[in-house]
Design a protein around this ligand. Structure first.
Ligand SMILES: Cc1cc2nc3c(=O)[nH]c(=O)nc-3n(C[C@H](O)[C@H](O)[C@H](O)COP(=O)(O)O)c2cc1C
Length: 352
């Protein structure tokens, strides 16, 4: 029988209110993104990956430090690295900062990461992968989860070999993005492999890859037996997809709502990253929010050329009468912030 998308499930003692997990995406999953995902119906959100290498070297090129808040919970913080001891130390910091889950990245296909022995390369080194999971499980009381790709090479089935070993080492849940590292984001996610993994392990499996609608989420849950689906690219500049998958919205927001959400996102991101870094960071989001036929193309190009966020905001509000009222309403409803800064750097080289 198919699971209800709006029903709760558990990773050990962590209760997750819906079957929708917001994907960790480096360069995307800032706090504003995670908060927004929660508001629209994601049951669990995940930080982008933070680098354990930063702990021992302090010289990694980073995008700043991770900030988390109580209202994001349940929240997973994702760490990556290749040294069990260093990963364990990072996991303790993540737990101390208040994360509900420590997620380990065994999926990142980006060469800068894999050449250090971290990310997807660990799928070809099950012994080390197992040692990392054991060390992290030993270090923290919160559940430890792992996110994987299928393997390095096209057609690889490494995830099916490694997954059960990671569960034996103490992993409380596995997320599978069934593409190879080599594929990056080409081709399709082969969820037949997810179904095989579900059969092999007795922990909840999360299916990641190409979940873009409620219908697709339903099919993936039904055909794989996964406990939840993870949504990544479809949610970029598009929290309404999360609402649609949750069964709360039809996924076609009015313009004033699009502008209001974008402005809230911009303000929160400027708070988090600082005005200067946020100005560059946000440019890709203009296309994501305003594209999909929502606004004429030249509008985005006009925004990208503006120099300050204040100018972008003024232009946006002028383009959608009524947006200011929606914005005021949304801001009134936002939870109080009580953020904790985690002393772990966000890597500039993300991916999974
Ligand atoms: C820009 C971008 C950054 C990503 N960064 C991470 C990451 O830091 N950690 C991770 O485990 N996966 C990362 N991923 C992979 C996603 O979490 C997800 O597994 C993948 O995009 C497939 O899901 P989708 O088809 O819903 O996008 C990233 C994906 C994208 C597109």
């Amino acid at each position: 029988m198919a699971v209800q998308i709006e029903s709760s499930w558990r990773i050990r003692d962590v209760e997750i209110p819906t079957r929708i997990v917001l994907a960790p995406m480096a360069g995307v999953s800032v706090q504003a993104f995670r908060r927004q995902g929660r508001r629209f119906g994601a049951g669990l959100v995940c930080s982008e990956m933070v680098s354990c290498a930063g702990l021992s070297h302090g010289n990694e090129r980073t995008l700043g430090y991770l900030r988390i808040g109580r209202d994001e919970r349940p929240l997973a913080v994702q760490i990556f690295g290749s040294e069990p001891g260093v990963m364990a130390e990072a996991a303790r910091m993540v737990e101390d900062a208040g994360a509900d889950l420590v997620d380990i990245n065994f999926g990142c296909p980006v060469r800068k990461v894999t050449k250090t022995g971290a990310g997807a390369t660990l799928l070809e080194d099950p012994d080390r992968a197992g040692r990392i999971v054991s060390a992290v499980v030993e270090a923290v009381a919160v559940p430890v989860t792992v996110k994987m790709r299928r393997g390095l090479a096209d057609g690889s089935r490494s995830a099916l070999e490694v997954g059960p070993r990671l569960v034996a080492a103490g992993a409380a849940s596995l997320t599978l993005h069934p593409r190879s590292a080599r594929q990056m984001y080409t081709g399709i996610a082969d969820h037949a492999l997810t179904a095989e993994l579900v059969e092999l392990v007795d922990v909840p499996v999360v299916a990641s890859g190409d979940v873009v609608s409620r219908e697709r989420a339903r099919v993936v849950l039904e055909t794989t037996g996964a406990a939840a689906v993870m949504v990544g690219r479809a949610a970029q500049g598009n929290p309404w997809t999360i609402g649609e998958i949750a069964g709360r919205l039809d996924g076609r927001p009015p313009r004033e709502e699009i502008v209001a959400e974008l402005v809230i996102f911009m303000r929160a991101t400027a708070d988090e990253l600082g005005e200067q870094r946020a100005t560059g960071f946000l440019k890709k989001f203009y296309g994501w929010y305003l594209g999909r036929g929502r606004f004429p193309k030249p509008f985005k190009q006009e925004l990208v050329r503006l120099e300050t966020l204040a100018e972008v905001e003024a232009r946006l509000l002028a383009a959608a009468p009524g947006a200011a009222d929606v914005l005021a309403r949304l801001e009134d409803d936002l939870p109080e912030e009580d953020d904790v800064l985690l002393d772990l750097p966000i890597s500039a080289y993300g991916g999974g």
